[in-house]
Design a protein around this ligand. Structure first.
Ligand code: TXA
Ligand code: MG
Length: 328
């Protein structure tokens, strides 16, 4: 059921959860300090109990009320990029009211989201709001209200429709607590280049999944549609896979001769255009919607011709998400 901001605030204050739009992906929101509401989120998502939830705030001042301190580098980045598609690891005091959302961890991942509807919901509740992506654990993150409905449907009391998420990939997660190095725990739209523009000369380290400083979520398989997706290296392999879908860039698609395209059609091969590498913003925005759409094609398998996304922050984030949707 579609609800408005006030309807969402009411449900949240009653201890319920609602789906909300953010500029990254849609979130499944509950008041972060309410253990019963947090428990419902874990249940609905079928989320492993040791995988903590990002907490959303409306301002730096509100974050300050819940953390032991905001270290100088984090503060600079917060001032520069928030509200926006970036989250920060911060220390919380012992026995913090956020402990249910953080699964008992002594750190919280805090974010001030940029979407005006979600920001206004947080302001009106006057509480921190926990919100993981609004998908069943292991499924593709939703970037539209319709994707939320397709995945969680009946289980949801209310969805606030804020249009398609403008960024389309989950927030970058940064650990900027140290004064001499910054860790990117999850790559996103804000990466090395953007951090360096604010904190020049500082060491920025992109963590590999499963590395020393990984976040719990990276140990689980992520983002896969029901149709298994495998990787292919070259367009010449496409013809070997009848009755399958193949994800590829506009450039790769345009390079295929017309006669070959005809041969694909005869073999029931669906080419799925993920967009152009010359416009990564649009590619990221549409990415999850295109990936999820493969389940409607009636194919048993799909293949991904992974392009070189380049070295921009968004390129690296897309590369990272590709690896997460491709079956091992
Ligand atoms: O863009 C986003 O960040 C979206 C929107 C809704 O804000 N949220 C999102 O949440 O992507 P989720 O739960 O799908 O991913 C959060 C990641 C998980 O990998 C989780 O393990 C990690 O952040 N995480 C959350 N809280 C943590 C904590 N206290 N310590 C370490 N990792 C944490
Ligand atoms: Mg998620």
């Amino acid at each position: 059921m579609l609800i408005d901001v006030d309807g969402a605030v009411q449900l949240l204050m009653d201890g319920e959860f609602v789906a909300v739009p953010t500029e990254t992906v849609y979130g499944l929101a509950a008041i972060a300090t309410n253990p019963a509401a947090i428990a419902k989120i874990f249940e609905i998502k079928n989320r492993p109990a040791d995988n903590p939830l990002i907490c959303h705030f409306h301002s730096i001042e509100q974050i300050q009320q819940y953390v032991t301190s905001i270290p100088p580098n984090t503060l600079k980045l917060l001032h520069h990029f928030s509200p926006g598609p970036v989250s920060f690891m911060l220390d919380i005091p012992q026995d913090s009211p956020l402990k249910f959302a953080t699964c008992g961890s002594s750190q919280v991942i805090a974010r001030i989201p940029g979407h005006p509807l979600f920001l206004s919901i947080i302001k009106k509740t006057m509480q921190p709001v926990a919100a993981p992506s609004a998908n069943t654990s292991g499924k593709v993150s939703p970037t539209t209200a319709e994707m939320v409905r397709n995945d969680l449907g009946e289980k949801i009391n209310g969805i606030v429709d804020g249009g398609a998420s403008s960024v389309g990939l989950e927030s970058s997660i940064l650990d900027a607590r140290s004064s001499n190095e910054i860790f990117i725990l999850r790559p996103g739209a804000i990466g090395e280049k953007e951090i360096e523009s604010v904190l020049p000369g500082l060491k920025v380290i992109l963590q590999q999944d499963g590395g020393d400083r990984h976040i719990p979520g990276t140990k689980y398989a992520h983002y896969a549609p029901n149709t298994p997706i495998l990787s292919i290296e070259n367009t010449s392999e496409i013809i070997e896979h009848p009755n399958a879908a193949v994800f590829l860039t506009l450039e790769a698609m345009q390079a295929i001769p017309r006669s070959t395209l005809h041969a694909y059609t005869l073999k029931g091969i669906h080419l799925v255009n993920i967009g152009s590498t010359t416009d990564l913003n649009t590619m990221a925005k549409n990415f999850y919607q295109i990936i999820a759409s493969v389940d409607q094609l009636n194919v048993s398998r799909a293949f991904f011709l992974v392009p070189d996304f380049g070295i921009s922050s968004l390129g690296k984030a897309l590369q990272n998400r590709c690896h997460k949707i491709i079956a091992a």
